[in-house]
Design a protein around this ligand. Sequence first.
Ligand SMILES: NC(=O)c1ccc[n+]([C@@H]2O[C@H](COP(=O)([O-])OP(=O)(O)OC[C@H]3O[C@@H](n4cnc5c(N)ncnc54)[C@H](O)[C@@H]3O)[C@@H](O)[C@H]2O)c1
Length: 266
Amino acid sequence: MKLAGKVAIVTGTSPNIGGGIAQGLADEGAVVACVDLVPENALQCADWIKSRGGDALGIPCDVTDETQVAAMVARVRETYRGVDILVNNAGILGGLSVLDMPVERWTRQLGVNLTGTFLCTKHVGRLMVEQGRRGSIIVIASTAAHQGQPGNIAYCTSKSGLLNFARAAAMDLVKHGIRVNSLTPTATDVGESHDRAVEWGRPRPERRGRLLDFAKMVPTGELPSPRHYARAAVFLASDDAEMITGFDLRVDAGAIAKYWPWIPQA
Ligand SMILES: NC(=O)c1ccc[n+]([C@@H]2O[C@H](COP(=O)([O-])OP(=O)(O)OC[C@H]3O[C@@H](n4cnc5c(N)ncnc54)[C@H](O)[C@@H]3O)[C@@H](O)[C@H]2O)c1
């Protein structure tokens, strides 16, 4: 139990990556506040953790609204007396090209991906400082933060912004003993997420085809699942990573390291 006695907040707890990370932290002994704009994602994720013997609280919250974020952090403080771990995972995926992107959609995507991460980090960071907790804050990026993906202008922009947000916040918080790191996932195998949706009492989502065969293009030949990100998040959150701050941990099956023209499984 690497996180026994720790209190974690995970944002964006759908059955996919956020739900997987919340479950992984809980399996290592953390109590987890599951935070999502969609109330069912917050509440069902918490119920699922409790049904597995853990302790969790579901909190509906829009991470772009500072009043809601402050209230969410206050509720976690009242319930669990503080916070040790924050995983900024809530995000809006997908998008459009620079030519087609309506400004309202651009603003919302940057708002959730960047401003939401900023607001949660600000309010959780303040609480950690006030309580003298040597916390760990994790920012979920994407391989799209490292590369120019076509048709995804706001996502690529916001995710690359998060890489340097994590470094800059790490510098702001280092004197308080709080570490800030990013974690880079990539195109994710959907099997585990679909199983988790069913375990939460939902119908099995339909498998949708992808435009690109990602699994053929990653060096490992298979895509990561949320549990692989969860293990990396547990590491970054734990004392094992006590000397690691301002770092980006890529859990990307080797995607970013790859020589670009090489198609390993061709
Ligand atoms: N799925 C992938 O292949 C992949 C790859 C790389 C990075 N990521 C990143 O991982 C994270 C999770 O992705 P996912 O695939 O699980 O997506 P998802 O859509 O399943 O989950 C995102 C969650 O964020 C929530 N959310 C959206 N706006 C919010 C707001 N304003 N306030 C609170 N919650 C809000 C959604 O309701 C949803 O539950 C995202 O940051 C995404 O960019 C995903």
